[in-house]
Design a protein around this ligand. Sequence first.
Ligand code: PLP
Length: 408
Amino acid sequence: MRFNTALLHGNFTSDAKTGATTTPIYQSSSFKHGTAEELENIFNGREPGFVYSRINNPSIEAFEKRIAYLEGGIGAVACASGMAAVTLSLLNILKSGDGIVSGCGIFGGTHSLFKCFEDYNITAAYTRDSRVASFEECVNEKTKAVFIETIGNPKLDVPDIKALGEMAHSHGIPLIVDNTVTTPYLVKPLSLGADIVLHSTSKYINGSGNSIGGIIVDGGKFKWDFNKYSSLNAYKQFGAFIYLAKLRKTLFKDFGACLSPFNAYLSSLGLETLAVRMDRLCSNAFKLAKSLQSISEVVSVNYPGLAENEYQALANEQFEGKFGAILTIRVGSKEKAFKVINSLKYASNLANIGDVRTLVIHPASTIYATNSMVEKEKMGVYEDLIRISVGLEDIEDLLEDFMQALIT
Ligand SMILES: *Cc1c(COP(=O)(O)O)cnc(C)c1O
């Protein structure tokens, strides 16, 4: 089954009971069972069934199965948000005293989360750059996970997933990949050797910016060393499903950061058109990046698809000729950046990416406002930088809009 077909038919059929073509929204907190024996069996994992929507729900499960299929994983756990997915994917295997080696260009929210982790004696070491050697030099005996984004947001650096998987595995550590910005349409990190993939489904998977969600997918292939990951020991009986079983039975259930059935429905609906949207979004982004390069008011354009970009060759290979739909430009000063944002007619000034609409933001004064100058620069955030999440508008309109905002 090819990708567009898989979006519609992968691990998914119409509703068995009614023939409904989309999974109904099971807006029910709990699920009634005929006998005490039946509920006992379901609670104890001896019989399949739904219990309580913080734990499982048919609308959410349908969404999980579809994403697991698209990513080539053995199963998935949907969460209330991308941040919940990042948090739970890591805490499922970390404990006090452990460390994470993280890419340097990661999303501000994740950077902020890693700061919170310090209170629990879990520390993140950030690499100097995206080279494998820079990751490896951060690995020590405390390291329990290597964490990257497929394209750092907003630094737009592109780590080599395959090489990093090999490096992490040589140290007995799993590679966890945030695939939000590229989606399984551009890359399936598990097929390149990553172990866990996660998403903020709020972005391209949902696509229309109408609900927050996240998801964790497990490849099921990592060989856990139970001395190193002792908390997994009690779940050995689940074999390849050990990571997912522990997650579902403990942190996911106990944190309570579950997805709502309504948001699972909206996200499933968005998912069905992912590839057609991504094709056009990536093509619009490429054209916009090329055009902005030719304007003297633009100091620099950062987009992995540009020929002179240091990540172009790797991105071209890893994402099969597409480069995502996020680009950044520098315009010389904060004042100029504000003026451009205020002059744009079509681009909405807001904190989001991956919408059908074009979105812009000044990261330094918003998402990264609480970071120091040094931290900002490490994450590729400058005072004169504008992040653009390109939408589905006609490219001619986008070009005209950016030209008038930049040149006047
Ligand atoms: C937005 C985002 C997140 C966080 O997701 P939410 O759904 O907003 O909680 C995590 N990673 C990346 C790369 C993101 O862009």
